[in-house]
Design a protein around this ligand. Sequence first.
Ligand code: GAL
Length: 487
Amino acid sequence: MITMSHRLLRTCNKCWLSTLLWSLAGWLVFLQIYHTLFPSSTHLPEPQDVWQKESLNLFPDVYPDMMVDRPEMVSSQGKVDHPMKKVPTKLDANVSGVIATLRNKTRERAEEEAKEKAALKKLALLFPGSELSIDGSKNNISEKGFYYPGRVWRDVDGKPIQAHGGGVLYVAETRTFYWYGENKGGPTYHLSKRGTARVDVLGISCYSSKDLWTWKFEGLALKPEKKDKSSDLYLTNVVERPKVIYNERTKHYVMWMHIDNANYSKAAVGVAISTQPEGPFDYLGSKRPHSCDSRDMTIFKDDNGDAYIIYSSQTNSELHIGTLTEDYMDVVERGMKRILIKQHREAPAVFKHQNIYYMVTSGCTGWNPNSAEVHAAESMMGSWETLGDPCVGGDEEFRAFTFFSQGSFVLPLPGLPNIFIFLADRWRPANLRDSRYIWLPLTMDGPVDQPLDKSFKFPPWQRVSIHWQNRWKLPPGWDIPQRWRLL
Ligand code: GAL
């Protein structure tokens, strides 16, 4: 019995062993097959990746910078990963086409909205709301005297100043400044589809001030003509860029201005005189100086009493300089000088510093701003050199567009020999009456450090800078005349 049970036990042991061996072999074969079929579960692409890569394939034009062969999608062997190549069906193609169009539309709309937003932001920056005005009617000590270029500027009655394209006259006897400029306080309209934006001739305003900051409206120094259609000052004509100088010999204040018809083809200058700085000025008439067309213009009175007219001519392609007669009421026809030929400059503003004449000009782009340039000469009739763009500060775009303005005058200060104020207009062609004033410090920066190209001589002029400032104030002592300081 014992022997039988021993034999049975031995046979069962063999059985168990072979079962075990066969099972092991089976597992090995299974594992081998499994690894062949599924090399490594960690290399399996996540469904998410597949979707992303496929969608990137579908919208290469929407995501041009995210194509499938961008470096991070290339496998370590240098091959491009295409984990699940799907053959696109016709339906897929249609759907992707529709989605692509929709995405394009959404993108276009988003771009338009972004552009509109940027334009509005720029508009708000260039033309801040009227609640942020420089207000000469308020006695706010902490704000008094501060210029905020571009803000609405209110006179002592709280009304927005209307004196565009203007200039300032200093009357030393009364230590009073007079600001003359175009009254553009009417609606903007176009006479024809292609015509430029305009407002009717509403006269030339005059404001007075002792501190160059608080301005009192003195009324219209030159009134418009409302009935006589043949008058230069009739409503539908153009009266721009008025400037006033005083003639000691005749005791007259003499105003010169650009006179034109609505399509700017008359291209003339007009003259008016008054015995008082605030007017009323009597209009004497207009003419084409030196028988030439004349648009943007200014006048300049030298220390010795000689006075000059400077105007854009030959369809704005050059500037002309001529002397005024002794009474300043006419142009001397002989000896006109053509300068900056073919340079297409306008809006001239002349000033003198240490016996050198300087002139700031703009390019010719209508109401739209462009780059300023400064020119210098040793005599008004002498040869004029272009020194370059005087704008400093702000960002590049701001500088390239004269801080979004166009110059009209450079004002010397009685007590500061090396600082002037640059007066410019930030035109608003959609609503000209809301055009703003840009008053900025203009400094003479000392001898230039570059010799002249041809002669290796250092030029007699200085570097001129117009500095962008969001908020600025004149330094103390600016109004104390230099000759008084020396006493
Ligand atoms: C500018 C000129 C302005 C005004 C405007 C009309 O070139 O400087 O004074 O005439 O054109 O478009």
